[in-house]
Design a protein around this ligand. Structure first.
Ligand SMILES: *Cc1c(COP(=O)(O)O)cnc(C)c1O
Length: 388
């Protein structure tokens, strides 16, 4: 048996490392979720989430993963047979599309090459051509975690406005929230889907919807069946800090602590930290002579970098070497990119030296696995980090 010492390096793009103080915050005795102590916690975390989404509207919390948040967004606002516009930017977009189809929604799934984000001009053209307004929602993954490609939400909103189309805008911000600038109200997003285990530095188990007035109005006439995900019952109970069913109380303690951490660091400082670590990572990748999966430099993710394997080399074999030798976990290629990319997560609770250690593990692994590459990636990243 191999005995491992020191911390495991978990550098997958979610679930992410949970800070010690968040772990300690969860280590509490069970309380009555119908009692006064819980109500205070419930009210506090619901209010505390709003600035994270940059919304003054409604935020709901489910005991769920992010997939539950996708389902909630759809079933609360749409009716069977409704058309929704979605974009194949990567694997998470594919999965959201599958959820929509399972509910009998008619998805216009715009094909993509998994190397580019959503094109606002396509959004505008699709909506302008939809004279009868059969499209009820435009669904966009803000940060596609399978390939590190973002989509330009402000410009997508602008495209929808230019087309003068009433469709709802729904955004998957699961791996963006807390790591990259996000503006639910300013960008006119109707439903934002998020979850706890990525940028928010929490364990998996909380799903979120941020909801606009327009989405709340749509919920009044939406015809898809909904029970567990019903916003109505949730919002009614949330008014007093309670939930319609048993909440994940200890995860809410964790959320309470994570929100404090964001308040201390400042959201903008957290985003700047992610931007900087992402840039250092890209410099390493470029120095190695490897290719970023994202082909549009304007749309690089600050939460993760997906690296294309050169010449048909197997990404999973490389990851296996790195895990075995250095106790470092990197993200696997998903869906169409299985075996073709490895993903370096640089989101959540990490700093310069966490990243430097990660990049050192990758560079040594590239050598051990005999992947064609150039040296000097770590040096390039360190020079950038040392400069400020
Ligand atoms: C992680 C993730 C999800 C949700 O996945 P769950 O495993 O259900 O939490 C959805 N979208 C994106 C972009 C993600 O990164």
């Amino acid at each position: 048996m191999t005995v491992r010492r020191g911390r495991h390096f978990l550098q997958i793009p979610g679930p992410t490392n949970v800070p010690d103080r968040v772990l300690r915050a969860m280590d509490r005795a069970t309380i009555d979720h119908r009692g006064p102590e819980f109500a205070e916690l419930g009210l506090r975390v619901i209010a505390g989430l709003k600035p994270i989404f940059k919304t003054e509207g409604t935020v709901v919390i489910y005991p769920s993963s992010g997939t539950g948040g996708w389902e909630a967004a759809l079933v609360n606002t749409l009716s069977p047979g409704d058309t929704v516009l979605m974009f194949e930017v990567g694997q998470f977009a594919v999965l959201w599309c599958e959820v929509a189809r399972k509910f009998g929604l008619d998805v216009d799934f715009v094909a993509g090459d998994w190397r580019h984000g959503v094109d606002p001009q396509v959004v505008e053209a699709k909506l302008a051509a939809d004279k009868d307004h059969t499209i009820k929602a435009v669904c966009v993954v803000h940060n596609e975690t399978s390939n590190g490609i973002t989509s330009p939400l402000a410009r997508i909103r602008q495209a929808m406005d230019l087309a003068k189309h009433p469709a709802l805008l729904m955004v998957d911000a699961v791996s963006a929230l807390g790591s990259m600038d996000y503006r639910h109200d300013e960008w006119g997003v109707d439903v934002t889907v998020a979850s706890s285990q990525k940028g928010l530095m929490l364990p998996a188990g909380l799903g979120f919807n941020a909801i606009s007035h327009k989405a709340l109005a749509a919920a009044k006439t939406a015809g898809l069946p909904r029970a567990y995900w019903d916003w109505g019952a949730m919002i009614k109970m949330n008014a007093d800090g309670f939930f319609p069913y048993t909440p994940a109380t200890n995860l809410l303690y964790a959320l309470d602590e994570a929100l404090k951490m964001f308040e201390e660091e400042g959201l903008d400082a957290a985003f700047a930290r992610h931007d900087r670590l992402a840039e250092a990572t890209r410099r390493a990748v470029a120095a190695w002579g490897l290719e970023n999966a994202c082909l549009d430099p304007g749309l690089y993710s600050s939460a993760l970098t997906a690296v294309m394997m050169p010449g048909g080399a197997d990404a999973d074999a490389l990851r296996a070497v790195i895990l075995k030798r250095f106790d470092l976990s990197l993200g696997a290629g998903l869906g169409k990119l299985a075996g073709k990319v490895f993903r370096i997560g640089h989101l959540g609770d990490l700093n310069d030296l966490t990243l430097a250690g990660t990049l050192a593990g990758v560079e040594m692994g590239l050598g051990l696995a005999k992947i064609p590459h150039q040296g000097g990636g770590v040096d390039a990243a360190l020079r950038f980090l040392a400069d400020g």
